[in-house]
Write a new protein. Structure first.
Ligand code: NAP
Length: 285
């Protein structure tokens, strides 16, 4: 079998067009969606992520604000800015780019962002709502995976799904979303015994590990849907995922590439959350 490739770039493009259209309607009614991004320090990867997020906002017709601080900034300064943005009715989303320098407690920073403006979906209140199957801001990467499955017509209900990875930003919310959608979910991690055996039984595999080509063709059930969240930089500078794409493509029915798979969906869902927040603010009046 040769797998169909799930083109995240193309799906993201379509979803972003829809978001831009809805944003235009909202703007015509007097509300311009606005995302504020806070960047601390000079990590080059973080700078690229922030630049891409700001550019995506502008392309969708949103307003964006960027606040940059030196790596040695006092935490109170950043907490002060978050409080100011929380109180600013023209700001609908607040994003603090991670990782933060060591003087910060990242959990405390994420909790300082108002849950109503937590467009990353990292606030404990939003995570609790997700667990209860209630409407909230969903974390962008797993939500992007769900959107890809939906757009590609993958039936989730009744399927056996395996998520490899249990981080708060990808693995855990991914497992909850698949569970809510009706899958029977197994979560594997570094302490899992017989990881290959679990993966082999899965109709849907989501890899979010951070280890290049960790998932190999022999672990995959023929015809499975394979979603690769991993982004790893190889010594030659190229990017690769957590799945051995060449081998897995011969066994899976559907597979995401890296780059060009899940990655483009993450920023797209950030735009989706910011639009949603602006729509909610407009409805509140
Ligand atoms: P993370 O916080 O480092 O979590 C990695 C998870 O993988 C942990 O739960 C860990 O298990 C598990 N793991 C590590 N080694 C393992 C092994 N040998 N066997 C089984 N499980 C193992 O990473 P993350 O933030 O979730 O990100 C995962 C990957 O996704 C990274 O490559 C990251 O760059 C990528 N990512 C991509 C996007 C995107 O937009 N495409 C967004 C976010 C993240 P333990 O919990 O037991 O340690």
């Amino acid at each position: 079998m040769t797998a169909r490739i799930l083109d995240g770039k193309a799906i993201a493009e379509k979803v972003r067009e829809d978001i831009a259209q809805k944003a235009a309607q909202l703007i015509a009614q007097g509300t311009t969606p606005c995302l504020a991004v806070i960047l601390v320090g000079s990590d080059p990867a973080s700078a690229v992520y922030v630049r891409n997020k700001v550019a995506a906002c502008e392309k969708a017709g949103f307003r964006s604000l960027k606040f940059e601080y030196a790596a040695d900034v006092a935490p109170e300064v950043v907490f002060g800015k978050i409080a100011e943005l929380n109180a600013d009715a023209s700001v609908h989303g607040i994003l603090v780019q991670l990782p933060l320098p060591p003087q910060f407690d990242a959990d405390k920073v994420l909790e300082a962002v108002s849950a109503e403006k937590d467009v990353d979906g990292f606030h404990a209140e939003n995570f609790g709502m997700l667990l209860q199957g209630r409407e909230s801001f969903y974390p962008c990467t797993p939500w992007g995976v769900m959107k890809m499955l939906e757009v590609s017509g993958v039936e989730v209900q009744g399927k056996d799904a395996v998520v490899i990875g249990r981080s708060n930003i990808v693995g855990k919310p991914m497992a909850v979303m698949l569970l809510t959608a009706g899958a029977t979910v197994t979560v594997c991690h570094s302490k899992t015994k017989d990881l290959a055996g679990h993966v082999k039984r899965a109709d849907i595999v989501v890899a979010a590990i951070g280890k290049p080509r960790f998932v190999t063709a022999d672990m995959i059930k023929p015809g499975a849907v394979v979603i690769d969240v991993g982004v790893n930089r190889l010594p030659d500078g190229k990017l690769c995922g957590d799945v051995d794409f060449a081998g897995a493509s011969e066994v899976a029915s559907l597979i995401t590439p890296v780059p060009g798979g899940v990655g483009p969906m993450t920023i797209t869902m950030l735009l989706g959350n910011t639009l949603l927040s602006a729509q909610r603010a407009a409805a509140r009046g």
